[in-house]
Ligand binder design. Structure first.
Ligand code: SME
Length: 160
């Protein structure tokens, strides 16, 4: 279980297929959502190159609340519709931000972050959480990353 390895040098679509398979194996059969988010955050941190933050914000009431993550301590509460995370939650659409300085309202939790990918996790038509990945260089994420993390969100939606 802890020896999971995925080659980061392979083409991204294959890399994400393997990452999703690993996340599926890690979360299958476990009903505790916090435990599953913690392991998925650790998996992302371990396997996805060039990140300075990886984790979850959970939709609670009218805001997002910090969930399991890897990286520096972060903002705890984000209002619905605010920042990159809140925008992903409010729209239900992934947010691919090549340069955080160009995103009006970006919330700078970690001054190292230069680009960001936020993907909503949907269950029964509602956003229940977002997956947030931050990178220390601009344009770190592309459409393959977006599609890959959306696949991850889909597989874990019923387990967090
Ligand atoms: N930058 C995010 C806030 C969360 S941190 O990146 C961990 C945002 O603008 O919503």
């Amino acid at each position: 279980m802890y020896g999971l390895s995925v080659d980061p040098a392979q083409p991204k679509p294959q890399f994400y297929r393997e990452l999703v398979t690993a996340a599926d194996a890690l979360t299958a059969g476990e009903s505790d959502g916090i435990a599953n988010m913690a392991n998925v955050a650790a998996l992302l941190w371990q396997l996805v190159p060039e990140l300075n933050w990886a984790g979850f914000y959970r939709a609670i009431g009218e805001e997002l609340v910090l969930g399991p993550f890897c990286g520096k301590p972060a903002c705890i509460r984000i209002a619905w519709g605010q920042g990159v995370c809140g925008t992903a939650a409010a729209t239900g659409e992934s947010q691919l931000v090549g340069n955080v300085n160009d995103f009006s309202g970006h919330i700078a939790c970690d001054a190292d972050s230069r680009s960001e990918l936020v993907v909503p996790v949907m269950r029964d038509g509602a956003v229940i959480a977002v997956i947030d990945l931050d990178a220390p260089r601009t344009a770190r994420f592309d459409e393959d990353d977006r599609a890959g993390i959306e696949g991850l969100a889909h597989i874990i939606a019923s387990r967090i």
